[in-house]
Ligand binder design. Structure first.
Ligand code: BES
Ligand code: MN
Ligand code: MN
Length: 455
């Protein structure tokens, strides 16, 4: 009988084809017109897990279905819960893609498609690892459960209540998540911290209707100009966030952690070039890695108002708005920050306009212990799967549910990232390295054995 390692090698092409089938489904969670597709993606994942002999279920929610599955449960064995998401971000701007975003295409070592790295490819690596072990070894070394959701990219609004009401179904000893990146190509990493996020929208409302800018201009406050002034007040000259109280609960980096970051082989020039910018800019007193992983930020994600079409139109917009998100670090609380943000906006805005401030979603920052047995198992699994000792890193992104696992299930979370920083998650031409896909499958198989006590 072939070993699990052989089985993975022998089934390389089929494993790729099956991933491509999932990548073809445009499961965009934020677009209601894609609801049938998110459902189709959920059903695809459920069927895959059912075919492995798992008890696999689809749970409806007010938005997108949640998939759960469990292997036949053996008493006395530890249980691993794999979390991932089948939903993706919208593919726009569409014109920038070299191929259709939902027509997975191989270019060199990579597959190009929306969701390739975030998170279909990474999540599916665990499904294929389980399949490989079952086929090659006859049974799994530990119990395995899956929790795959379809609302991660919109802040997981229905997942917390689901976890609260399904504690038994989700009972486990460790959660593993592959939805983060390696530190660099060939340099695997365990991620031990994610930033939190609070997403706001501001609307500045002036006159009751758009006005001729020649007839009326100069005689009233222009909502777009007011908005610009509000936005400009978010940072000071040193790129600190200028919202009163914003840093009050920010935990300072320890000298140890700063030294650890400084030792990482960070290629600042490559980083700059991948983004296509000539210079890096950020909060004074911190390195680029610190700014991205361990300092809070306030970023404009969208800005609108007035004439957006081609050509020129002389008009004073009746309203203007912006989408603003703030990334949070321990021990900031997203509800407090949302309040401080609103107070700041109101304090800056003149009385001549009406300002509406809305909170879209929020999630807290996470910092997980680096010395748990589960993290150590993850380290050994990555070393075997990637052939190189992993480093510890943090990430600037957010995975809202991680805090909930900590709070409700009270088990360690291991963030085993198979992606790469230049995979262009959320951007046009998102990719996933097919070598990393296979190394991810191998790592996941090793992880299950390591959790079971080693092979
Ligand atoms: N996989 C990412 C999280 C991530 C981002 C990990 C960057 C490592 C590096 C996840 O799918 C994501 O994009 N999360 C959103 C959360 C939000 C929509 C609530 C994010 O970080 O913007
Ligand atoms: Mn993701
Ligand atoms: Mn994402």
């Amino acid at each position: 009988m072939p070993t699990t390692a052989d089985f993975i090698t022998n089934n390389r092409e089929r494993f790729q084809k099956e991933l491509f089938d999932l990548l073809r489904i445009p499961s965009i969670s934020t677009s209601p017109e894609r609801d049938a597709d998110t459902k189709r993606a959920a059903e695809f994942v459920r069927k895959q897990l059912q075919d492995l002999g798992f008890r696999a279920q689809l749970h409806t929610t007010p938005k997108h279905p949640i998939v759960t599955a469990e292997s036949p449960m053996a008493a006395g064995k530890p249980t691993v819960l794999v979390y991932g998401h089948y939903d993706v971000q919208p593919p726009d701007p569409l014109g920038e893609w070299r191929h259709g975003p939902f027509e997975p295409t191989i270019e060199g070592e990579n597959v190009i498609a929306r969701g390739a790295t975030d998170d279909k490819g990474q999540m599916f690596a665990h499904v294929k690892a389980v399949e490989s072990i079952i086929e090659a070894e006859g049974k799994l070394p530990c119990n395995v459960k899956f929790l795959i959701e379809g609302e991660e990219e919109i802040g997981s609004p229905n997942l917390d209540p689901f976890i609260e009401s399904h504690k038994d179904l989700l009972k486990c000893d460790v959660v593993v998540i592959s939805d983060t990146d390696q530190f660099a190509p060939g340099q695997p990493a365990i991620c031990y911290a994610l930033r939190g996020l609070v997403y706001m929208e501001i609307e500045v409302v002036g006159p009751t209707h758009d006005l001729h800018s020649g007839m009326f201009g100069g005689s009233l406050d222009n909502p777009a100009t007011v908005l610009a002034r509000i936005i400009a007040s978010f940072h000071d000259a040193d790129h600190h966030v200028a919202i009163k109280g914003f840093y009050d609960h920010v935990r300072a980096l320890t000298p140890d952690e700063r030294a650890g970051f400084a030792e990482l082989p960070f290629d600042e020039k490559g980083y700059r070039e991948e983004m296509g910018v000539t210079e890096l800019v950020g909060e004074k007193g911190f390195t680029t890695i610190e700014r991205r992983w361990a300092r809070p930020t306030c970023e404009i994600n969208g800005i609108f108002g007035g004439f957006q079409g081609e050509g020129a139109k002389t008009v004073i917009p009746a309203k203007a708005g912006a989408k603003v998100s703030m990334r949070l670090v321990p021990d900031q609380d997203w509800k407090t920050i949302a309040k401080l943000f609103e107070e700041h906006v109101r304090s800056v805005a003149p009385k001549t306009v009406k300002v509406n401030v809305k909170t879209h979603s929020g999630s807290g920052p996470v910092l997980v212990p680096r010395d748990s047995a589960a993290v150590k198992a993850g380290m050994r699994a990555l070393e075997k799967g990637f052939g190189k000792k992993p480093v510890f890193m943090r990430e600037g992104g957010s995975i809202p549910v991680v805090l909930t696992f900590d709070r409700v299930l009270k088990v360690p979370v291991v963030l085993l990232g198979f992606g790469l920083p230049d995979d262009r998650a959320h951007s046009p031409n998102e990719k996933f390295n097919l070598g990393d896909y296979e190394r991810g499958i191998r790592t996941s198989a090793h992880f299950l054995h390591e959790i079971a006590g080693g092979k």
